[in-house]
Design a protein around this ligand. Sequence first.
Ligand code: IDP
Ligand code: MG
Length: 161
Amino acid sequence: MLRLAFLFSIIFAHMSFTSPLQGTEQTLSIIKPDGVAGNHIGEILSRFEKNGLRIAAMKMTRLSKNQAEEFYSVHRDRPFFEGLTTFMSSGPIVVTVLEGEDAIKKNREIMGATDPAKAVKGTIRADFASSVQNNAVHGSDAPETAKTEISFFFDKDEILR
Ligand code: IDP
Ligand code: MG
């Protein structure tokens, strides 16, 4: 009997984390320091939920300059790298794993274009961003980057269902 309970607890523990449900996808979202400082956490998270994305993991944290440089290392040769990583380490951020059908693309649509001046009205960046750099949110751009970005912030057992 005890052995059976033990077996079930292992099965349930295993079911409770990580891989997305069949037909769904996971993506990493960050509410950047400007979004947090502007008191927009609640509104931004509610946009994800209202659009059918489920929050599967969440934490508020702050990146060191080194961590910001590591996270954005693909952009290391771009002229905006220094400013971007200084900005990203300037205050607390809220990091979430969003899960749902087509989550990566859907999140990018909800976010809007990188430059808020070009973002469609009603998107997060059109409504809350103040410049190309201070653009309120980050979202993964492809399945491979989503995977690396999620594991940058979360252990497997921090992603829940
Ligand atoms: P994305 O966040 O829409 O995917 P990326 O091109 O991947 O845009 O750039 C990463 C981040 O770098 C942007 O979200 C923005 O904060 C910053 N960034 C991109 N282009 C510029 C620029 O021309 N000037 C200043 N910052 C920029
Ligand atoms: Mg990008």
